[in-house]
Design a protein around this ligand. Structure first.
Ligand code: TXA
Ligand code: MG
Length: 348
């Protein structure tokens, strides 16, 4: 069995595998990552192969100390002003769910960055991740440890079910604390821009460095488009196998039969908060509901984010024909929750 609980021994084993060009899935505070030595192109090629990930989608480099940024980035190409903002961000928000995109240095193989001249770097806060990186004596490139386009894994079992024996070792560190991927922030131009909303809310970034832009990442199609600055942000992504339709609070209460994928009989309803569920309970409930779930009884976005992928995995394994999910209020972590819901919602 390639799934082991985190111990000193399994960490040593994981580090050996990374050094020898293998793949190790490991917990981070956001989601599980599928790691390989960032300087070993053959090992990196395996990541793309195992995930069936298109080669135009670059990987994030995981480091164990801020100094290691220099292993991946070229600081000579960063202006003083950007450097000042970068260190404000990393001093305050690292370790944590923030990936910074910087000019890449020559040592990082092109396969990591999908040929881009920039590289995404992050310092996770999860102890297992940090120990694995340190013991490996390198920096680790890791995408989320799921088949490309499907739900991200927030438990070791999700990794086992999605990728199983194709990877050398899964380190089981239990459930991920944050449960939604890092925020990807591009610092390579004067206009600093969020390429992917994630575990670090925009508001926290802006408190430190002032206004930043948000990329409207909803592409019209999933075709290869090199001009797109965060190539991983495909419109359909993070998708459960079950069709997912979205509603806001008013829609479900005032028009509860407005589900767009009609004619499906085993429906799961996923509420953002308990008060919307309670309001809905008072309506005529025309839909046949097999499962009712609430992301956070009190409407706490942190709790909701941490449960999102976990609950979607659970519903996906429950023989359901459609999921109807409530959008979160569009602020703080709600932005990342809605981003994932929208990318996962395609009527199939
Ligand atoms: O929380 C996370 O970020 C997790 C954990 C494992 O660290 N990782 C993760 O990786 O979500 P992945 O590969 O699933 O998503 C990485 C995102 C993609 O949207 C990719 O396009 C973007 O980061 N990205 C990576 N390098 C980039 C670069 N040089 N420029 C722009 N976007 C980049
Ligand atoms: Mg991913």
């Amino acid at each position: 069995m390639n799934l082991l609980p985190v111990t000193g021994e399994s960490l040593e084993r994981g580090a050996e595998i990374i050094k020898n060009g293998g793949l190790v899935a490991f917990p981070t505070e956001t989601v599980y990552g599928l790691g390989a030595d960032a300087f070993n192109p053959q090992a990196l090629a395996k990541i793309f192969d195992v995930k069936k990930r298109p080669h135009f989608d670059p990987l994030i480099i995981h480091i164990a100390s801020p100094r290691a940024m220099e292993d991946a980035a070229d600081f000579s190409l960063i202006s003083n002003e950007t450097r000042r903002k970068l260190f404000l961000l990393t001093d305050n928000l690292w370790p944590g769910p923030l990936s910074v995109v910087l000019p890449k240095n020559k040592k990082i193989p092109g396969i990591v960055t999908a040929g881009l001249q920039t590289v995404a770097i992050r310092l996770p806060s999860n102890e297992t991740a940090l120990k694995l990186i340190s013991l490996s004596g390198t920096v680790i490139a890791a995408p989320s440890a799921n088949p490309f386009g499907s739900l991200s894994p927030t438990r070791a079992e999700h990794v086992r079910d999605g990728l199983g024996d194709k990877i050398d070792l899964i380190l089981d560190g239990g459930a991920c604390q944050i449960g939604i991927e890092s925020t990807v922030l591009d610092l390579t131009s004067e206009k600093i821009k969020i390429l992917r909303p994630g575990g670090t809310p925009k508001e926290e970034i802006e408190k430190l460095i002032g206004k930043v832009e948000s990329e409207n990442g909803n592409r019209e199609s999933d075709s290869d488009d090199q001009a797109f600055s965060s190539p991983g942000q495909l419109k359909s992504h993070y998708a459960p196998k079950t069709p997912l339709v979205l509603f806001n609070r008013e829609e479900i209460i005032n028009q509860p039969d407005s589900a767009r994928c009609a004619g499906r009989d085993r429906t799961a309803l996923l509420f953002f908060d308990g008060s919307t569920r309670d309001e809905w309970q008072k309506t005529d409930k025309p839909l046949k509901i097999a499962i009712i779930k609430v992301l956070s009884e009190n409407g706490d976005p942190l709790e909701a984010a941490s449960r999102l992928f976990e609950i979607l995995h659970e519903i996906d394994n429950s023989n359901i024909s459609q999921i109807i999910a409530q959008l979160a209020p569009q602020q703080g972590l709600g932005e990342a929750i809605n981003d994932r819901l929208m990318r996962g919602s395609v009527c199939k």
